[in-house]
Design a protein around this ligand. Structure first.
Ligand code: GUN
Length: 284
């Protein structure tokens, strides 16, 4: 039976560490780190995410601003707001909540965020920095996964690491971060042949595909570390990951649950990026 990785507790520990650092910054610089979140339109899931981000900031003492814009906002109006925040001395991090309404091109908008305030690490400059291993900003989910591995004492160097999923936000940067830690990394995706043959070789398996319970216990290696980035609903409407927890738990040595695994870590890594952006700006 696997030991369960407690992402909720780990994230709470990190929030406490961040709150302490925020106090130090306030004492030294006379202001808290600041995060601006832009929400365009009224997507219900985005509303919840944005509310949670503001709540996390409040808990850790980070100053936050939520800019709510109507769904009909034009590209010019949104870019004008991003540019205003780029120049705002009290703001260290900017995120534009995705998805945007269909008439807005998220790539164009993200390209306008100042690279040193891009706390999602979605700007092509920051994406490129990740590739060469010289980075200030890390995308929140892969960074949260690395933090869990580190805090649970999982050595990556020399291990077979398999990432299932190749999105720009999770799969690709996750593969790079594991590679930078000297893992032997394989990336699988929808065209991968004999997926189970690859996943069965993984000492560390990270799954980020968005398909409920697609990785089952017979597809993993005995004693492996299983990190489930998925967030889906099963046939009964219950939250579940991309891994079938019950069968994987029997074989893995360590496994993340859904909910309570990677999700809370993604949230807290945004705060960590905001804190480090502030420290760089304030020379602390
Ligand atoms: N929507 C869902 N997840 C994210 C995220 O990590 N960043 C942004 N900007 N929007 C999201």
């Amino acid at each position: 039976m696997a030991k369960i990785i407690d992402g909720k507790q780990t994230a709470a520990d990190i929030r406490r560490e961040i709150a302490e650092e925020v106090e130090t910054i306030k004492a030294k610089a006379g202001r808290a780190p600041g995060l601006a979140v832009i929400l365009v339109g009224d997507d219900p899931a985005s509303q919840v995410y944005v509310r949670n981000k503001a709540k996390d900031c409040e808990e850790t003492g980070i100053y936050s601003v939520v800019e709510r814009l109507p769904a009909e906002t034009t590209e010019e109006e949104l870019i004008a707001l991003v540019k205003k925040l780029n120049g705002d001395e009290l703001i260290d991090g900017i995120i534009v909540q995705l998805p945007l309404p269909k008439h807005l091109n998220s790539e164009v908008i993200i390209n306008n965020i100042a690279v040193d305030k891009d706390v999602d690490a979605f700007h092509p400059y920051n994406v490129g920095k990740i590739m060469i291993g010289d980075y200030n900003m890390l995308p929140c989910t892969p960074a949260g996964v690395m933090e869990l591995l580190s805090r649970y004492g999982v050595e990556v160097s020399g291990k077979n690491c398999v990432v299932v999923g190749r999105s720009n936000i999770v799969g690709k940067p996750q593969a790079m971060l594991l590679l930078h830690k000297n893992g032997t990394v394989t990336v699988c995706h929808s065209r991968t042949k004999e997926l189970a043959e690859v996943t069965k070789k993984a000492d560390i398996l990270v799954v980020a595909v968005g398909k409920a319970k697609m990785i089952t216990g017979d597809m993993i290696k005995e004693g492996s570390v299983v990190i489930d980035v998925g967030m889906n609903r099963d046939a009964d409407g219950k939250l579940c990951g991309d891994c079938d927890f019950d069968s994987c738990e029997k074989k893995a040595s360590l496994i993340t649950p859904v909910p309570g695994g990677v999700g809370p870590m993604t949230r807290v890594m945004l705060l960590k990026n905001t804190l480090s952006a502030a420290k760089r700006k304030l020379n602390i």
